[in-house]
Design a protein around this ligand. Structure first.
Ligand code: 5GP
Ligand code: ZN
Length: 116
């Protein structure tokens, strides 16, 4: 996926503020944070969205929540909590079509999260 900005971030071709990396996952600070902590967690392999997470690809997802928990603890979010968001599809607000989870925290977060 040559033109995918998150593939380029995961490979280091485009710089980012990295907060975590392992064999399958890469996490970095959102360029336009909506809270004091706003981190994006992406698979190193290009996967467009949840619908592309076919059963063959689900193996790599097995450590997803461990990875999120590790990053949340590293960022000091354990006590006050955080929100985990995966926008899926343009109508839901997905603008980068490489699967990513937002870890958002460090302030009070309203619910419901949508404006319309
Ligand atoms: P989405 O709206 O697709 O769920 O979220 C995409 C997120 O990626 C947005 O919050 C946006 O600020 C962030 N983003 C887009 N381009 C870049 C970039 O080049 N670097 C970083 N660090 N974040 C980006
Ligand atoms: Zn990609």
């Amino acid at each position: 996926m040559e033109e995918c900005i998150f593939c380029k971030i995961a490979s280091g071709e485009i710089p980012s503020s990295k907060v975590y990396e392992d064999e399958h996952w890469f996490a970095f600070k959102d360029i336009s944070p909506c809270a004091p902590v706003h981190i994006l967690v992406i698979p190193k392999k290009h996967i467009r969205d949840i619908f592309e997470l076919t059963p063959e690809k689900e193996g790599m997802m097995s450590d997803f929540f461990s990875t999120v928990r590790h990053i949340a603890m590293q960022e000091g979010l354990q006590e006050k909590g955080f929100r985990l968001v995966v926008n899926t599809g343009a109508a839901a607000g997905q603008t980068v079509f490489h699967f990513h989870a937002h870890i958002i925290g460090g302030r009070e977060l309203g619910w419901p999260p949508f404006s319309e």
